[in-house]
Design a protein around this ligand. Sequence first.
Ligand code: NAD
Length: 244
Amino acid sequence: MRLQGKHILVTAAGQGIGRASVLALAAEGATVLATDINEQLLASYEGVQRVRTLKLDVLDKAAIAKAVTSMPALDVLFNCAGFVHSGTALQATDDEWNFALNLNVRAQFWAIQSALPRMVAAGRGSIINMASVCSSIKGLPNRFIYGTTKAAVIGLTKSVAADYVADGIRCNAICPGTVDTPSLGERINANPDPEAARKAFIARQPMGRLAKAEEIAPLVVFLASDESTFVTGQTYAIDGGITI
Ligand code: NAD
């Protein structure tokens, strides 16, 4: 088991990529604190070995610090929480902008600020940040706020990697294409023509399909593990060919 003895904190672990990652991390022997704002979703972890759950709103800075303190050790932080806004620059509102920057970027800053002192003291740590190919990598229509936030995540990731490389801390970003998760289903169903919307999401990937969350989780396991000890400051596209 590649993650035996590692203690890992995951945000937004209730469903989608966060949940698939927690299951994959625990299956590799890690002890995982699976957190989410939605307690009901966390109930699905009952009986899963080595997984403890905690209700955590990543917009609550003090609660993040408390969650970090509650762990016996912290080897890996997976900042997975994020929200997709639809729309162009002309459609974006200040409230949407503030919400997205806070949830997609500031929450990662807070979690990293809470985690770093323990990681630096231990002389090791891996921070994994959820970005997207929709970011500084690729402009996609109707994703003005979202793409802006995920580009910021890439900048944040590289900054942390540069500042703490000599302390044994690694920091990398994951950039998925379109992944079939509950929130994608909501975005599709909110469309006046859901069938056409699903086809359009599928068409973004040259592979002609959506990713499963379980196809993103192995990258999280790799970045959490000692197989990636020479890897830092990188952005990993995992996108069915979008960025070929
Ligand atoms: P999802 O959007 O279906 O679920 C998100 C989870 O976040 C939910 O369990 C929700 O309860 C939780 N959450 C929402 N607000 C929270 C808060 N304030 N504090 C803590 N938890 C909160 O899951 P997903 O689609 O796998 O997305 C997860 C991450 O992956 C996001 O950052 C998203 O931007 C990114 N991503 C997703 C896709 C995709 O196509 N699904 C593609 C690229 C990147």
